[in-house]
Write a protein that binds this ligand. Structure first.
Ligand code: SAM
Ligand code: SF4
Length: 339
C-alpha cells in the first residue's frame, strides 16, 4: 500500500474541519471479564444478537467510509475475540480500498487461539489491556481468575510478531498505582509499549467514586521521572494519543494517555461504531446516531455516507468527561462503546 494516498475530496469532515480517518468498531458488547472500571459485576443485559451488526454490515460501513477518507479501523468490544471468526472479518476489512491499517484491542485471553489467524489476516499492531502484574490483584480488578491466560495472550502476541504490542494499563489510586514502576521495568527486557491510561468516568460511576480513584498522567510521569531520571521523550507517532518515553537501553517504551485533558481533541479524527449500529462522534458525549435502521432499510451507499456526515456534524469541539459525570454520567458503559 502506498505510504501516502491522495486526500479524499469527499472526506467526512466535522464542523471544525477535522477529517474522519479512524473508525473504532465494537464487535460485541459481551465480555469474558468484568473489569471494575468498565463493567458492573453483574454484567449488563446483552444486546439481542439480532440487533448486532453482521460482518457484511460492518464491511459495508467500512467500504463506504473507506471511499471517503477512512484509513484506519480498530476492532474492539466488549471483548472482540468472544465473537466468532474475527480473523475472517479482519481479512475482509484489510482488503477494503482506502484502508491502510486494521488493528485490535483485546484483553488477550483468547489471543493464543486467534493470534496466528489475525496476523495472517493482515493485522500487525495489537493493544492488550493489562492492569496488573499480580495474580491476586487481577481477580480484584477483572473479577475473573484469568491472570495466566491474559498474560499468555501477551506472549502469543510477541511470539506471532505483532509490532508494536501495546499494553494498556488503567491506573487507579489504591488499586494498582503502586505497580507503575513494575510495568515500566517490564519494558527494559521486553519489546512492549506500556501505556498508562487515565481512569475515565464512564458508566455508572459517581463523581466522588471517580475522583477517589483518578490518577493524573502528570502524577504518573512524576513517579516515572523520579525512578528513571534519564527517561527520554520520543517523538509522537502520527495520530497517536499517547506521549511516549524510553528508559535508556530499554527494548520497549512507556507512554501516558490523557483523555481527561483536551490534549488530543484538536487532531481528533475518530468515529465509533457500536455493536448495535450506533455512530458515536465523541467518547465523552452521550450523543449517538442510529445507522442500523438505514443499513437494514435498504439505504444506498450514498445515503449511508450522508448518515455518517449527519452523525459527525454532532462532534463537539472538545471532550468534556468531567462535565458529563457531574451532569449524570454516561448512558453507556465502556464495554458498550469500545473504549
Ligand atoms: N475488551 C477489550 C480490552 O479490554 O482491551 C476491548 C474493549 S475495552 C472497553 C477498550 C479499552 O478501554 C481497554 O484498554 C480498557 O482498559 C479501556 N477502558 C475501559 N473502561 C475504562 C475507563 N473507565 N477508563 C479508562 N479506560 C477504560
Ligand atoms: Fe471487558 Fe475490556 Fe471492559 Fe475489561 S475493559 S470488562 S476486558 S470490555
Amino acid at each position: 500500500m502506498p505510504a501516502t494516498l491522495p486526500l479524499a475530496e469527499n472526506a467526512v469532515t466535522d464542523p471544525f474541519g477535522r477529517r474522519i480517518e479512524y473508525l473504532r468498531v465494537s464487535l460485541t458488547d459481551r465480555c469474558n471479564l468484568r473489569c471494575v472500571y468498565c463493567m458492573p459485576e453483574a454484567g449488563v443485559p446483552y444486546e439481542d444478537l439480532d440487533n448486532v451488526l453482521s460482518f457484511d454490515e460492518i464491511e459495508r460501513v467500512v467500504r463506504v467510509l473507506g471511499a471517503a477518507g477512512l484509513r484506519k479501523v480498530r476492532l474492539t468490544g466488549g471483548e472482540p475475540l468472544v465473537r466468532k471468526n474475527v480473523p475472517e472479518l479482519a481479512a475482509r476489512l484489510v482488503r477494503v480500498p482506502g484502508i491502510r491499517e486494521v488493528t485490535i484491542t483485546t484483553n488477550g485471553i483468547l489471543l493464543p487461539r486467534d493470534a496466528d489467524g489475525l496476523f495472517a489476516a493482515g493485522i500487525r499492531r495489537v493493544n492488550l489491556s493489562m492492569d496488573t502484574m499480580r495474580p491476586e490483584r487481577f481477580v480484584e480488578i477483572a473479577r475473573r481468575p484469568e491472570y495466566a491466560r491474559a498474560w499468555e495472550g501477551v506472549e502469543a502476541a510477541l511470539r506471532v510478531g505483532f509490532d508494536p504490542v501495546k499494553l494498556n494499563c488503567v491506573v487507579m489510586r489504591g488499586i494498582n498505582d503502586d505497580e507503575i514502576l513494575d510495568f515500566a521495568r517490564l519494558t527494559v527486557d521486553r519489546p512492549l509499549s506500556v501505556r498508562f491510561l487515565e481512569y475515565m468516568p464512564i458508566g455508572m460511576v459517581s463523581p466522588p467514586q471517580w475522583k477517589a480513584r483518578y490518577v493524573s498522567n502528570e502524577a504518573v510521569l512524576d513517579r516515572l521521572r523520579a525512578a528513571f531520571p534519564d527517561l527520554a521523550p520520543l517523538s509522537d507517532e502520527q495520530g497517536s494519543t499517547s506521549r511516549n518515553f524510553r528508559i535508556p537501553g530499554a527494548r520497549g517504551t512507556v507512554g501516558v494517555i490523557n483523555p481527561i485533558s483536551h490534549r488530543f481533541c484538536d487532531g481528533c479524527n475518530r468515529l465509533r461504531l457500536t455493536a448495535n449500529g450506533k455512530l458515536i462522534p465523541c467518547l465523552s458525549d452521550n450523543y449517538e446516531y442510529d445507522l442500523m435502521a438505514p443499513l437494514r432499510a435498504g439505504s444506498t451507499d450514498g445515503e449511508i455516507l450522508q448518515h455518517a456526515r449527519d452523525a459527525v456534524a454532532h462532534k463537539p469541539v472538545q471532550s468534556d468527561f468531567e462535565g458529563r459525570v457531574y451532569r449524570g454520567g454516561s448512558l453507556r458503559i465502556m464495554a458498550q462503546i469500545g473504549g
